[in-house]
Design a protein around this ligand. Structure first.
Ligand SMILES: CC(C)(COP(=O)(O)OP(=O)(O)OC[C@H]1O[C@@H](n2cnc3c(N)ncnc32)[C@H](O)[C@@H]1OP(=O)(O)O)[C@@H](O)C(=O)NCCC(=O)NCCS
Length: 160
Protein backbone atom coordinates (compact mmCIF):
# COMPACT_ATOMS: atom_id res chain seq x y z
CA UNK A 1 0.00 0.00 0.00
CA UNK A 2 1.48 3.33 -0.96
CA UNK A 3 1.85 6.19 1.51
CA UNK A 4 2.39 3.89 4.49
CA UNK A 5 5.43 5.08 6.27
CA UNK A 6 7.49 3.33 8.90
CA UNK A 7 8.78 5.23 11.87
CA UNK A 8 10.01 4.68 15.41
CA UNK A 9 7.81 4.40 18.50
CA UNK A 10 6.54 7.50 20.31
CA UNK A 11 4.53 7.79 23.58
CA UNK A 12 1.47 8.84 21.52
CA UNK A 13 1.44 5.40 19.91
CA UNK A 14 0.61 3.53 23.12
CA UNK A 15 -3.17 3.94 22.96
CA UNK A 16 -3.53 3.32 19.20
CA UNK A 17 -1.34 0.21 19.53
CA UNK A 18 -3.54 -1.05 22.36
CA UNK A 19 -6.66 -0.49 20.24
CA UNK A 20 -5.06 -2.16 17.25
CA UNK A 21 -3.95 -5.24 19.20
CA UNK A 22 -7.47 -5.68 20.60
CA UNK A 23 -9.07 -5.06 17.18
CA UNK A 24 -7.14 -7.91 15.55
CA UNK A 25 -8.94 -10.38 17.87
CA UNK A 26 -5.85 -12.56 17.45
CA UNK A 27 -4.71 -12.33 21.07
CA UNK A 28 -6.19 -13.27 24.44
CA UNK A 29 -6.21 -10.83 27.38
CA UNK A 30 -2.88 -12.11 28.72
CA UNK A 31 -1.23 -11.70 25.32
CA UNK A 32 -2.70 -8.20 24.95
CA UNK A 33 -1.18 -7.28 28.30
CA UNK A 34 2.22 -8.63 27.24
CA UNK A 35 2.05 -6.67 23.98
CA UNK A 36 1.50 -3.46 25.98
CA UNK A 37 4.26 -4.35 28.46
CA UNK A 38 6.73 -4.44 25.58
CA UNK A 39 5.56 -0.99 24.45
CA UNK A 40 5.92 0.36 27.99
CA UNK A 41 9.38 -1.14 28.42
CA UNK A 42 10.53 0.38 25.14
CA UNK A 43 9.06 3.79 26.01
CA UNK A 44 10.66 3.73 29.46
CA UNK A 45 14.11 2.38 28.58
CA UNK A 46 14.54 2.94 24.86
CA UNK A 47 16.78 0.43 23.12
CA UNK A 48 18.14 -0.64 26.52
CA UNK A 49 14.87 -2.54 26.87
CA UNK A 50 15.96 -4.90 24.10
CA UNK A 51 12.69 -4.17 22.29
CA UNK A 52 12.84 -2.26 19.03
CA UNK A 53 9.70 -1.02 17.31
CA UNK A 54 8.68 -0.01 13.81
CA UNK A 55 5.31 1.69 13.58
CA UNK A 56 3.39 1.83 10.28
CA UNK A 57 1.45 5.08 9.83
CA UNK A 58 -1.07 5.85 7.13
CA UNK A 59 -2.61 9.32 6.84
CA UNK A 60 -1.38 10.06 10.36
CA UNK A 61 -2.99 6.96 11.84
CA UNK A 62 -1.20 3.96 13.35
CA UNK A 63 -2.12 1.01 11.12
CA UNK A 64 0.40 -1.57 12.27
CA UNK A 65 3.56 -2.21 14.20
CA UNK A 66 6.24 -4.75 14.85
CA UNK A 67 8.48 -5.40 17.84
CA UNK A 68 11.79 -7.25 17.61
CA UNK A 69 15.13 -7.34 19.34
CA UNK A 70 18.46 -9.09 19.76
CA UNK A 71 18.26 -12.62 21.16
CA UNK A 72 20.42 -12.78 24.30
CA UNK A 73 23.52 -15.02 24.18
CA UNK A 74 23.54 -15.26 20.38
CA UNK A 75 25.68 -13.59 17.76
CA UNK A 76 23.46 -11.69 15.37
CA UNK A 77 20.14 -13.46 15.98
CA UNK A 78 17.04 -11.30 16.39
CA UNK A 79 13.63 -12.39 17.63
CA UNK A 80 10.49 -11.01 16.08
CA UNK A 81 8.26 -10.71 19.13
CA UNK A 82 5.14 -9.14 17.69
CA UNK A 83 3.54 -7.99 14.48
CA UNK A 84 0.01 -6.71 13.98
CA UNK A 85 -1.88 -4.79 11.33
CA UNK A 86 -5.22 -2.98 11.63
CA UNK A 87 -7.85 -5.52 10.48
CA UNK A 88 -9.31 -2.94 8.08
CA UNK A 89 -5.99 -2.71 6.27
CA UNK A 90 -4.84 -6.32 6.37
CA UNK A 91 -3.98 -8.00 3.08
CA UNK A 92 -2.63 -4.81 1.49
CA UNK A 93 1.06 -5.28 2.11
CA UNK A 94 1.45 -3.41 5.41
CA UNK A 95 2.60 -6.53 7.29
CA UNK A 96 5.14 -7.30 4.56
CA UNK A 97 6.42 -3.71 4.70
CA UNK A 98 6.83 -3.96 8.49
CA UNK A 99 8.75 -7.24 8.17
CA UNK A 100 11.03 -5.81 5.51
CA UNK A 101 11.57 -2.70 7.63
CA UNK A 102 12.60 -4.82 10.62
CA UNK A 103 14.89 -6.92 8.39
CA UNK A 104 16.61 -3.82 7.00
CA UNK A 105 17.17 -2.51 10.51
CA UNK A 106 18.54 -5.84 11.75
CA UNK A 107 20.87 -6.00 8.73
CA UNK A 108 22.11 -2.49 9.44
CA UNK A 109 22.87 -3.50 13.02
CA UNK A 110 24.95 -6.42 11.78
CA UNK A 111 22.32 -9.08 12.51
CA UNK A 112 22.32 -12.35 10.61
CA UNK A 113 18.92 -13.88 11.05
CA UNK A 114 15.42 -13.30 12.33
CA UNK A 115 13.64 -16.00 14.27
CA UNK A 116 9.88 -16.11 14.79
CA UNK A 117 8.02 -18.37 17.18
CA UNK A 118 4.35 -18.85 16.48
CA UNK A 119 1.49 -21.22 17.11
CA UNK A 120 0.66 -24.30 15.07
CA UNK A 121 -3.06 -24.28 15.88
CA UNK A 122 -5.51 -24.04 12.98
CA UNK A 123 -6.58 -20.49 13.87
CA UNK A 124 -2.97 -19.36 13.19
CA UNK A 125 -2.91 -20.78 9.66
CA UNK A 126 -3.20 -17.29 8.13
CA UNK A 127 -0.33 -16.00 10.23
CA UNK A 128 1.89 -18.92 9.21
CA UNK A 129 0.92 -18.37 5.56
CA UNK A 130 1.95 -14.73 5.96
CA UNK A 131 5.43 -15.71 7.21
CA UNK A 132 5.87 -18.40 4.58
CA UNK A 133 4.86 -16.07 1.75
CA UNK A 134 7.29 -13.52 3.17
CA UNK A 135 10.24 -15.93 2.70
CA UNK A 136 10.40 -17.30 6.25
CA UNK A 137 11.16 -21.01 6.45
CA UNK A 138 9.87 -23.38 9.09
CA UNK A 139 13.02 -24.67 10.81
CA UNK A 140 11.68 -26.45 13.90
CA UNK A 141 8.48 -27.51 15.60
CA UNK A 142 7.76 -28.55 19.19
CA UNK A 143 4.70 -30.81 19.10
CA UNK A 144 1.88 -30.02 21.55
CA UNK A 145 3.93 -27.21 23.14
CA UNK A 146 1.26 -24.56 23.80
CA UNK A 147 -1.49 -27.15 24.24
CA UNK A 148 -2.31 -30.58 22.90
CA UNK A 149 -2.70 -30.04 19.16
CA UNK A 150 -1.00 -26.64 19.28
CA UNK A 151 2.68 -26.90 18.32
CA UNK A 152 5.29 -24.21 18.71
CA UNK A 153 6.58 -23.44 15.20
CA UNK A 154 9.88 -21.68 14.53
CA UNK A 155 10.39 -19.66 11.35
CA UNK A 156 13.71 -18.24 10.28
CA UNK A 157 15.03 -15.89 7.62
CA UNK A 158 18.64 -14.97 6.99
CA UNK A 159 19.00 -11.26 6.40
CA UNK A 160 22.62 -10.91 5.34
C1 LIG B 1 -0.32 -11.51 10.13
C2 LIG B 1 -0.47 -10.04 9.71
C3 LIG B 1 0.53 -9.17 10.48
C4 LIG B 1 -0.22 -9.92 8.19
O1 LIG B 1 -0.27 -8.54 7.81
P1 LIG B 1 -0.94 -8.09 6.42
O2 LIG B 1 -0.70 -6.66 6.23
O3 LIG B 1 -2.36 -8.55 6.41
O4 LIG B 1 -0.12 -8.98 5.37
P2 LIG B 1 0.34 -8.54 3.88
O5 LIG B 1 -0.81 -7.90 3.19
O6 LIG B 1 1.59 -7.75 3.97
O7 LIG B 1 0.63 -9.96 3.21
C5 LIG B 1 1.94 -10.44 2.93
C6 LIG B 1 1.83 -11.81 2.32
O8 LIG B 1 1.19 -12.72 3.23
C7 LIG B 1 0.04 -13.29 2.60
N1 LIG B 1 -1.06 -13.34 3.57
C8 LIG B 1 -1.46 -12.33 4.38
N2 LIG B 1 -2.56 -12.71 5.06
C9 LIG B 1 -2.86 -13.96 4.64
C10 LIG B 1 -3.91 -14.88 4.93
N3 LIG B 1 -4.89 -14.55 5.79
N4 LIG B 1 -3.92 -16.08 4.33
C11 LIG B 1 -2.96 -16.40 3.42
N5 LIG B 1 -1.94 -15.56 3.09
C12 LIG B 1 -1.90 -14.36 3.69
C13 LIG B 1 -0.35 -12.33 1.51
O9 LIG B 1 -1.05 -13.01 0.48
C14 LIG B 1 1.00 -11.83 1.05
O10 LIG B 1 1.62 -12.77 0.19
P3 LIG B 1 1.79 -12.49 -1.40
O11 LIG B 1 2.41 -11.11 -1.50
O12 LIG B 1 2.67 -13.58 -1.83
O13 LIG B 1 0.41 -12.54 -1.92
C15 LIG B 1 -1.93 -9.52 9.97
O14 LIG B 1 -2.83 -10.33 9.28
C16 LIG B 1 -2.30 -9.48 11.44
O15 LIG B 1 -2.13 -8.46 12.11
N6 LIG B 1 -2.88 -10.59 11.96
C17 LIG B 1 -3.32 -10.64 13.34
C18 LIG B 1 -2.17 -10.59 14.32
C19 LIG B 1 -1.21 -11.75 14.16
O16 LIG B 1 -1.61 -12.88 13.91
N7 LIG B 1 0.09 -11.47 14.35
C20 LIG B 1 1.14 -12.49 14.30
C21 LIG B 1 1.36 -13.16 15.60
S1 LIG B 1 2.35 -12.19 16.69
Amino acid sequence: MSKVHLRSLSPHDRHPIEQLVVATRAFNAEEEAVALELVDEALAKGEGSGYYFRVAAFEGKVVGYTCYGPTPLTEGVYDLYWIAVDPELQGRGVGRELLRGAEADVRQRGGRMILIETAGKPSYAATRAFYERSDYREVARLPDYYAVGDDKVFYMRRVN
